[in-house]
Design a protein. Structure first.
Lengths: 541, 326
């Protein structure tokens, strides 16, 4: 290994360590201060929040699986009218910022949402028939937004399944249920385990839903933010460390459950074939169920669109808004103070994405040699680490680290400046860009680089003319996901924003607080469209 | 005598242009029958119809007089070995073999049966091995053991040797035949290789374009092919028409098929020039171009002729297929 490469890897490891590991270490150190734990241990509310976080996450996994897995079987194995269109429609919640989904839910099923108003009007009730609050509301939103992981993972697993396995089971006398239980489910277990892990980690770090719908029901993420807003910084630090530990323990347990045996079918096998549903009644039922589900899933977003067209103060007790106009959108673009959050989110997402992609490229370039570098493992782990920890944890850790001026220990005061939030976005996006870019590098044929070298291209020319063009799909995929995540971020923003860089999500929250539902809706719609647009571009080959 | 496995007018339409059948077959108890044909001839479809993975549009399948046409694969009691074996990767060898037994017996009996079947395929004490760790030949034997363990009435094999390397194939073929005969199970297998079909099958069913061209012993197929297709698909064959056909003993308007080893060089006969010589050791194939432009092969002693030499060819026997004048 050349000396230059060794130094390059070392420098990258140190940089990533400073960005990713150092803040966590500072956090842990501060939590270790004497007295910090007294409040946490002594207050029953803390234990309740901890327990709530755990059981909400487990219940979210169960609910998401109950919805997502049967849907995957329905769309992967059966053929019925509309299967293709609906199949991609119901994957939609995955591509929209979670915060937008939460707001849309509020407008649709909330206390004064469309459904509540409709029920109220229908039965002539004095008050709203329900309040969308507490654990049930959180679980509803989680089930709605997280079943997609089970749906997509299970479909992918089923698509890879070797059909002759199922026929072999039948030929050996196994009926439909026995085949499902003894062959199909064990074979797609890696997919199910992957989805379980993803949903558990997402639910654990979920902030938007508990924040908007939790009310008095607290989970760790909302508890942390509340402590910080109350000025109980030591307590917030301890809570953050506890949440981080829960996340890491959960990750380790689920990874162990995933098992290590690689279930690769031998030989090439036969591709599964979709079965048309023969009985007309069943086919009709499946089609109707599919459409109903798609409408149910799209309803929140349509609601958001409708609300964005309601002028301020024009909708009071009516079931449906009496006036619709584009006035909210006009205000958004006409008033500089309202336009600013859009611009803020835009530049912060762009800068953080560029940074995360650049770091991933450097890592990919350093690690591309076939001989394993000394720092391969640390670099890969550091790139992946932010995924294992909830966004709140990183936000608090960065706030703790960069609130002190001490250049000798590599700490500067960034709290209160506009740079800390984009830096947090960058750290949060390292796993996404890192995974995409490193996977892209792994698919590169090393012979291509050698060919370029033999044709006289230097290292930089090879990178520019061979590597980059070949990595384009990976860069587009990782970059677009990172950009959209930063654009719609709420969980990190609420901890680290300042007035000068307040992003869209924060502006939506403040619009809601002053009952400007239309403006909040318009922001939500723009966020939704921008996300869909960017992801659409990123997915294009 | 009525057949053990009886297939009557079995047909399946895939699309307007692709149809398999109607096919009728009668197979005796313990008989091994090869389904031979080029790709797309419908041989795998016939096997899958027998296994119950495809539903026929018409016809019926009966075992020992019992109609099984509508019986689902799980209750048909037909064992099947898949082309790529379809061994369950999440189960070890023993669990794979026990899969079809688990429901039926208590644990001790199941384990004894697994051990017995594994011993039968020469894999005794392989129970706890992972299927991924086995060689191709061992995987094939596990697949066979798994299919045989529930003691099926009929054994179906889909291209059983195609996944093995050529060196292993011939040895495995002999072992497979010996094993099937030892078990005494009625067997159907699919292959596109004539040598495999002849070597392994008691009888061979030649399929072409979804239809059964001929069902017979290897000797019958070779010596008395029922159609021009069988004559040319099974073994090497020269097809002669017109003047050449008459020169080799055909009548006016007939098309005749003569195998290369039934032709010989002589002092007089059908004239031509040797264009190529392919040496195979004990003999050589000479590609002869007749004076009327027809090209055909003659099998003879390696030194019987040289390239460019003018030769006269006679037929030792006009065997093979004779298509009468229209």
């Amino acid at each position: 290994m050349s000396r230059r490469r060794y130094l390059g890897e070392l420098a990258l490891t140190l940089l990533l360590g400073w960005l990713v590991l150092y803040p966590i270490a500072i956090l842990a150190l501060e939590a270790a201060a004497p007295g910090a734990w007294r409040d946490f241990v002594g207050r029953p509310g803390e234990w309740r929040a901890l327990w709530a976080t755990i059981w909400i996450s487990v219940a979210s996994v169960a609910l998401a699986a109950v919805i997502g897995v049967p849907l995957a079987f329905l769309f992967e194995w059966l053929e019925f009218p509309g299967r293709r269109t609906l199949g991609s429609l119901i994957a939609l919640p995955a591509v929209l910022p979670p915060f937008v989904g939460v707001i849309a839910f509020l407008f649709l099923y909330g206390e004064s949402g469309f459904v509540a108003r409709a029920v109220q009007a229908l039965f002539g009730l004095e008050q709203s028939p329900w309040r969308l609050q507490g654990a049930a509301a959180i679980l509803l939103v989680h089930a709605y937004s997280m079943y997609v992981y089970f749906y997509l993972f299970t479909r992918a697993g089923l698509a890879k399944l070797d059909w002759s396995m199922l026929e072999a089971a039948q030929a050996l006398g196994a009926g439909r249920w026995a085949t499902l239980r003894r062959v199909t489910l064990p074979l797609i277990r890696p997919s199910l385990a992957g989805a379980t892990l993803l949903v558990f980690m997402t639910a654990l770090g979920s902030f938007s839903a508990p924040y908007v719908f939790g009310g008095g029901f607290r989970v760790m993420t909302t508890q942390i933010v509340a402590s910080k807003l109350n000025g109980e910084l030591a307590l917030a630090t301890v809570e953050t460390v506890v949440l981080a530990v829960v996340a890491i323990v959960g990750l380790a347990l689920l990874r162990r459950g995933e098992g290590e045996d690689i279930l690769v079918a031998l030989g090439k096998g036969t591709a599964p074939r979709r079965r048309p549903i023969r009985r007309a009644g069943v086919r009709g039922l499946a089609t109707a169920a599919g459409w109903l589900f798609a409408v149910l899933l799209l309803l929140p977003h349509l609601t958001l669109l409708l609300v964005s067209l309601v002028p301020y103060g024009s909708w009071t007790t009516e079931t449906l808004p009496p006036v619709l106009s584009l006035v909210n959108y006009r205000r958004l673009f006409a008033e500089p103070a309202r336009l600013e959050p859009l611009l803020n989110s835009g530049w912060m997402a762009a800068v953080s994405t560029l940074g995360a992609v650049a770091l991933a490229l450097v890592a990919g370039e350093l690690l591309r040699r076939r001989s394993p570098g000394a720092w391969r493992h640390p670099i890969e782990s550091l790139l992946a680490l932010p995924w294992a920890l909830p966004g709140t944890v990183f936000a608090i850790a960065l706030a703790a680290t960069f609130s002190v001026h001490s250049p000798l220990t590599l700490r500067w005061v960034l709290v209160g400046s506009v740079t800390l939030l984009p830096l947090a976005y960058l750290v949060r996006n390292l796993p996404v860009t890192g995974r995409a870019v490193l996977a892209g590098y792994r698919q590169l044929d090393p012979a291509l680089e050698e060919a370029a070298a033999s044709l006289g291209a230097g290292r930089w020319a090879t990178f520019r003319r061979v590597t980059l063009p070949l990595l384009k799909p990976a860069l587009a995929a990782g970059g677009s996901l990172a950009f959209v995540a930063a654009l719609g971020d709420f969980v990190t923003s609420i901890v680290l924003y300042t007035y000068d860089n307040r992003p869209i999500s924060i502006e939506i929250m403040s619009s809601l607080r002053v009952s400007e539902l239309g403006v909040a809706g318009a922001f939500g719609v723009i966020l939704m469209l921008a996300s869909a647009l960017v992801l659409g571009i990123g997915a294009r080959r | 005598m009525s057949a053990f496995l009886e297939v009557v007018e079995l047909a399946k339409q895939w699309s307007h242009t692709v149809t398999v059948g109607p096919i009728s077959l009668g197979i005796g108890r313990g008989e091994i029958v090869a389904l031979l044909g080029p790709s797309g001839s419908g041989k795998t479809t016939v096997l899958r119809l027998l296994a119950g993975f495809e539903t026929p549009d018409a016809g019926r399948i009966a075992v020992e007089g019992e109609d099984v046409t509508g019986v689902p694969p799980a209750r048909r009691r037909f064992g099947m070995v898949f082309q790529h074996y379809a061994l369950f990767p999440h189960l070890d060898v023993g669990e794979n073999v026990a899969f079809g037994l688990a429901a039926s017996g208590e644990r001790g009996a199941v384990m004894a049966k697994v051990a017995q079947v594994l011993a039968l395929v020469d894999l005794a004490s392989f129970e706890r091995r992972k299927v991924q760790e086995l060689s191709g030949g061992q995987q094939q034997r596990v697949a066979l053991a798994r299919a045989l363990a529930p003691e099926p009435r009929v054994l179906l094999l889909d291209e059983p040797l195609s996944n093995l390397d050529p060196a292993l194939r011939e040895r495995t073929r002999r072992e497979l035949r010996a094993l099937i005969q030892r078990v005494g199970i009625t067997t159907l297998f699919v292959t596109h290789e004539q040598e495999e079909a002849f070597d392994l099958g008691d009888r061979v069913a030649v399929l072409n374009g979804g239809r059964l061209e001929q069902l017979g012993t290897p000797d019958e197929l070779y010596e008395r092919p029922a159609s021009l297709f069988v004559a040319t698909f099974v073994g090497r064959a020269n097809v002669f028409r017109g003047r050449a056909a008459r020169a080799f003993g055909g009548r006016e308007g007939e098309t005749i098929v003569v195998r290369p080893e039934r032709l010989r060089f002589a002092d007089a006969g059908f004239p031509g020039v040797v264009r190529e010589r392919r040496y195979t050791g004990p003999a050589a194939f000479f590609l002869v171009e007749g004076d009327d432009g027809v090209r055909f092969e003659v099998q003879a002693e390696p030194d019987a002729a040289t390239v460019g030499q003018r030769v006269y060819v006679q037929a030792a026997r006009t065997t093979g297929f004779v298509e009468p004048a229209p």
